[in-house]
Design a protein around this ligand. Structure first.
Ligand code: AMP
Length: 406
């Protein structure tokens, strides 16, 4: 089935063509017609599957048809992060460009006055993070009492970030009679219970989390000691200068440290994490999306759900604590038909985490065959002055001790 066969407006069809969407993706195929029929949907699908358009296309179609008879916010899309609010609002704006439906992405960290004035001019689709939305509801600047659609996106991350109460509170501000579209990247008891609180007789859709990752991505694990990781990152970046890479590390402080370590060896990279001011976060993502900066070093939260084209490699500088995050991280590369690499640095203390990932995905990840000569060569090849000969000698002694143990 092609989009041209769907019962959606010619304005939306034209825009889909402009965006290069010809055929629906799996999630779109399974969700769009149900949403057009007025049904609730509960879907387990990740970013990369085309899930945003799966709810944006039908909701825009309904809103476009009824636009003459209704005013005020009619579709509320709640998302966990500011980056996602901006990204999803953009998808709505792109697909709905010719529909006349007014879309606004609302989030904290930026001036309220400008936002209030945009809201006063009329908004049909509000894509927002909970915090700023509640601020503006309490100031009387937002009225969501007339919404027709409630979309909860990345619901599992909303729970992880502590938004469960906000989701429940929002139910007091919206009509009982509405259509609810619930999207989560993963499923758990908590997610199910939240979903059943908000949806009614929902159509259930599950897009396997393994598929988007497995088909186009090559996964490799490399045994690297914690203190040596920066030298290996340096080596990989220098050997693949033209490639766009996302490097995932565990904490904000480590982001800063790795950026500084790369700077010392003349590699330009940018760090992204929740401690950076919002406008800077957007600018950093923009530069990375445009390829002006090729190496993005980030924590999990700052990068979740973000759709950036043509990322050739994901480096797990630190192995994620939660196996699901491994799948999320790797999903940043190998998008659509493009191939991607996912390389994970595994120190001794992280081996258990790798086993947990393999159990979760059901696949054993290939080990990179690195002998001790190659390992030392990478350390020795670093341009970092702090990587002096003493370090190499220490490392060599460590290997000798290991040999003895064998
Ligand atoms: P999402 O999972 O919503 O973040 O979408 C992932 C990517 O797939 C985005 O870059 C979309 O532009 C793209 N996309 C979504 N639907 C389609 C489609 N039907 N055909 C081609 N690309 C699509």
């Amino acid at each position: 089935m092609k989009f041209s066969d769907y019962n959606i407006s010619s304005e939306i069809k034209e825009q889909l063509k402009v965006l290069g969407y010809n055929k629906p993706t799996d999630i779109q195929f399974k969700a769009i017609n149900h949403i057009l029929n007025g049904e609730d949907v509960m879907a387990i699908a990740q970013t990369g599957t085309g899930k945003t358009a799966a709810f944006a296309i039908p909701t825009l179609n309904v809103l476009q048809k009824k636009s003459k008879y209704n005013t005020g916010i009619r579709c509320l899309v709640m998302v966990p992060t500011r980056e996602l609010a901006k990204q999803i609002a953009k998808v709505y704006q792109d697909i709905g460009k010719k529909t006349g439906v007014k879309v606004f992405g609302l989030y904290g960290g930026v001036d309220q006055e400008q936002q209030i004035s945009t809201l006063n001019n009329g908004v049909d689709v509000l894509v927002c993070t909970p915090g700023r939305m509640f601020d503006l509801i309490s100031q009387g600047a937002i009225d969501i009492s007339g919404i027709k659609f409630l979309v909860l996106d990345e619901a599992d991350l909303m729970l992880d970030l502590g938004f469960a109460k906000d989701i429940k509170d929002v139910m007091h501000h919206i009509p009982q009679k509405r259509q609810t579209l619930f999207f989560s990247a993963t499923i758990s008891k908590k997610i199910k219970s939240l979903a059943y609180d908000v949806v009614r007789n929902a159509i259930r859709i599950q897009i396997s989390p393994k598929n988007p990752v497995a088909k186009t991505i090559t996964h490799t694990i490399m045994d690297v000691e914690m203190d040596d990781k920066r030298f290996f990152l340096e080596n990989i970046i220098k050997e693949n200068e033209e490639q766009k890479m996302i490097v995932f590390v565990r904490t904000q402080v480590r982001v800063e440290r790795v950026v500084a370590a790369m700077e010392r060896v003349a590699i330009s990279s940018e760090g992204l994490h929740g401690g950076i001011e919002q406008k800077d976060r957007f600018a950093i993502l923009d530069r990375f999306a445009k390829g002006e900066n090729k190496v993005l070093i980030t924590t999990d939260v700052a990068c979740r759900g973000i759709d950036i084209p043509m990322v050739e490699a994901v480096i797990n500088y630190d192995i994620p604590d939660n196996p699901e995050n491994y799948v999320h991280r790797c999903g940043r590369t190998g998008r659509g038909k493009h191939r991607g690499q996912a390389l994970s640095f595994c120190s001794e203390s992280e081996k258990e985490l790798v086993l947990a990932i393999e159990e979760y995905t059901g696949d054993e990840i290939d080990r990179f065959d690195l002998d001790k000569g190659d390992y030392l060569e990478i350390l020795g090849g670093s341009d970092d002055g702090s990587n002096n000969w003493q370090k190499l000698i220490d490392q060599e002694n460590k290997f000798k001790d290991l040999d003895k143990e064998w």
